[in-house]
Design a protein around this ligand. Structure first.
Ligand code: GDP
Length: 385
């Protein structure tokens, strides 16, 4: 009897332990189900922020800085100047064009073929038909008077003629008066895309390095991008900039720039202009107005620089005439002479407009702007190596 009782108690105990174990396993499975599998997964997923909505946005897009703050960097700090490029290293297109004719000249006698190959080379180099004619007539006359007898002499005489022609147009120095409280203003004119903005950026760097305090005027209001591009150069060169909205009156911007420059005792205002206009106002009239306003006291316009793209060749000359008629151009900046440009356009521009090429662009970099050096240019033009 007692034995039976003990067996029953043991059996109940075993049964209780077994039931407890099953219950425990079930409860563990239930709690582990939330991480391992659905159904909870679809409900938790949407609460997780999507990748693009992560709170990185406020960091990536800082609150817009007011233009006025951007315009006046607290501590202007320009990049250090690099070494200026040399004509020899950059005038690839020019050199290649002449080398054939020059090699033939060096070979010896002067005959009709000599004149033909020389004429072809000059015209191909964008010297232009008229200027080529003038140069060759001069050389023919020297051959007739026996001043020139062989190819080598002819080559030398050609170099001399080109140099004389180039050097007869007056000083290539950029005029800077530096009168107290009367900032010098250099205006840049030319069609879109020739390199005005880039040239202003390069010059801002150069003049600042020379100790002048420069202010930029974003007078090309035809494209918003032009002012943005100039603002980038201002930042890069540590210079101040005055800009307006797209379509704003460029004369008003130049006026403000001159006033600000005088108030802040800046030495030089570099003013960009557009090659096209928003309004129906004639471009010629607009440029005249800008110049007039820039020159109004305290402003002092000392340069009106026509920027020409050397790669446009003779078309550039047509543009040059139009701008020279509109404003009194004091000098030419010939850009992109490093590329496929046939630099003979320098000769044509100077002879036909009688305006000196003062600066030459030899690349897109901040230091790729050099003073035009007729000696080095003619050497590169007539080199055979
Ligand atoms: P803008 O419309 O007259 O102000 O012309 P930009 O200054 O915007 O220049 C137009 C393009 O010409 C840009 O891509 C410049 O980097 C490029 N550029 C300007 N000057 C030179 C130069 O001397 N050499 C070369 N290779 N490119 C230049």
């Amino acid at each position: 009897m007692i034995g039976t009782l003990i067996i029953i108690v043991v059996a109940v105990a075993v049964l209780a332990v077994a039931l407890g174990g099953i219950a425990l396993t079930r409860s563990r499975r239930r709690s582990g189900g939330a991480t391992a599998a659905p159904p909870s997964a679809p409900t938790t997923a949407p609460t997780k922020p999507p990748p693009q909505a992560t709170p990185a946005a406020p960091v990536a897009t800082p609150p817009a800085t007011p233009p006025a703050e951007r315009e006046a960097p607290a501590e202007p700090e320009a990049e250090p100047l690099g070494a200026p490029p040399s004509y020899r290293s950059r005038l690839g297109g020019v050199r290649g064009l002449f080398s054939g004719a020059v090699a033939a000249l060096r070979a010896g006698r002067i005959d009709e073929t000599t004149w033909e190959s020389l004429e072809e080379a000059l015209i191909r180099a964008d010297v232009g038909v008229t200027t080529t004619g003038v140069l060759l007539d001069e050389l023919r006359a020297k051959v007739q008077t026996k001043e020139i007898s062989g190819g080598d002499d002819l080559l030398q005489a050609l170099g001399t003629s080109i140099r004389q022609l180039l050097d007869s147009v007056g000083s290539r120095a950029l005029r800077f008066d530096g009168r107290a409280d009367h900032p010098d203003v250099w205006l840049f004119v030319g069609v879109n895309g020739v390199g005005k903005t880039t040239t202003i950026g390069k010059l801002a760097r150069r003049q600042s390095a020379a100790g002048q305090s420069v202010l930029l005027a974003a007078g090309d209001t035809f494209r918003a991008a032009a002012a943005d591009q100039l603002a980038m150069w201002a930042e890069r060169t540590g210079t101040d900039i005055v800009r307006g909205a797209e379509g704003a009156d460029p004369s008003a911007i130049v006026f403000d720039a001159v006033q600000r420059a005088a108030a802040r005792k800046n030495d030089l205002v570099l003013a960009d202009t557009a090659g096209r206009l928003h309004t129906k106002v004639n471009l010629v009239e607009e440029l005249k107005k800008i110049r007039r306003i820039a020159d109004r006291d305290p402003g002092n316009v000392t340069e009106v620089l026509l920027v020409l793209d050397a790669t446009t060749g003779q078309n550039g000359l047509t543009q040059a005439r139009q701008f020279a008629d509109a404003v009194d151009v004091t000098g030419v900046v010939l850009t992109k002479l490093d590329g496929t440009a046939k630099g003979g356009i320098v000769i044509a521009v100077e002879r036909e407009l009688f305006v000196p090429v003062k600066l030459v662009g030899l690349g897109e970099g901040p230091d790729d702007l050099v003073d035009f050096d007729s000696e080095a240019f003619v050497d590169a033009l007539l080199a055979v190596d």
